[in-house]
Design a protein around this ligand. Sequence first.
Ligand SMILES: *Cc1c(COP(=O)(O)O)cnc(C)c1O
Length: 474
Amino acid sequence: MTDISDNLKAQAQDLYRLLPSVNDVLQTPGCQSLLNSFPRGRVLDAVRATLAALRQEVAAGEHSAASMAEIVAGLSDRIASRVASPRNYSLRPVINATGVILHTNLGRAPLSEAALDHIAEIARDYCNLEFDLETGTRSRRDVHTESLLLRAVEIEDRDGYGAVVVNNCAAATLLALNSLAEKQPVIVSRGELVEIGGSFRIPEILEKSGAVLKEVGTTNRTRVSDYEAALAADTALILRVHQSNFSMEGFTERPALADLALLARRAGIPLFEDQGTGLMGSLEPYGVGSEPTVANSLAQGADLVASSGDKLLGGPQCGLLVGRKELIQRIGKNPLMRAFRVDKLTYAALEATLFEYVTGSSEALPIYRMLGIRPEEVMRRCGQIAGEIHSVRLAVDVVPVESLVGGGTAPKATLPSCALSLRHESFSAEELAAALRRLDPPIVGRISEDCMLLDLRTVHPRYDAEIVALLSTL
Ligand SMILES: *Cc1c(COP(=O)(O)O)cnc(C)c1O
């Protein structure tokens, strides 16, 4: 079958022939003059990257023989701007127009201005990471966030509780199980043997930790009596896993956390909750109901709680373990702690983030600003951008959409929002998505019914003018 795509491929083959070789480009007067001002390696990188980008544009059908001739003639300008540009990094800022506030592939929570400032000041110089300025002796790095964390989760008994910070919530759970339950049974409901993104599966983490899984109940129903019947002399702890990324409906039952806590107390073993989300205050003001907080877990009697730093806490990637001091001390003494500890940049970002909570200004955190934006405001911005885009090839509409909280939290919650709906004269929705990803900065949206949707709830307004300029080039 000779169809359009075969024709396109044949055309692209012809266009590739118009591309000069790396050596030819290096011989041009434009490149020779660049070589006088910049190191050879840097110019060579820019030539290779420019040619590779052009090849991609050809493959995407963006060029004709005429436009190629024009581009090849102006190639040295493209190369010069690449040589001069400081953005040769692999890790780059991206405009997240997906409407998913905590997008794991796009880096989850953006940080607050205070966190960025604190990171910069701590990274630029030496700091008291493990140094007690009072006594001049070595100290623990967790002192920088421990008391703030206990305040943020409303623990009054500061002497009876403690907190440690590790790489992420997966590490927190693995470390806690290994510290408190190696070679001993851990009781878990069959309804909580879940997978939380990628390769984090509770039964596998449990096995890797060295703990012995003791499953109780059924997928849809588990009662306190099931846990009770499974208690043995060597049971190390009861594990509860928050169902953060799915919901179960119908004939379901699981004990209240407080009832499990009572049972654990009677049995003389700790109740450990993998809480996950790291939520500090209620989400109800944002129209997202029934997401439990870390404070709630502790108030209901969980002895130890693991959560993420970069989900609903709105901070850097890390895992937080908050709980009874005796448990935190056992965890702190585990040799694996050294492998899981975080660096000074994480403490700086986490300290600044927690400060916003304890000073009552959590709306300074970007995720709460995004959660709180009213749909009318998103609609106003969409309307303004749509009115300013000048591209005869792009049809722009403004449509209502639903944003998501994301990051494996609040799986059922949606927030009414608004999006730019884009259709291109000659690109399919997939081709348009690819062209948007090649912009600088790249724009990531989502496709719905052959349209490209850009939900502006997750886009900072400082990008609005740039989005007009970027879209006008398509
Ligand atoms: C997200 C989540 C994790 C994993 O957290 P990371 O910080 O991504 O490692 C673990 N448990 C629960 C319940 C979660 O929601």
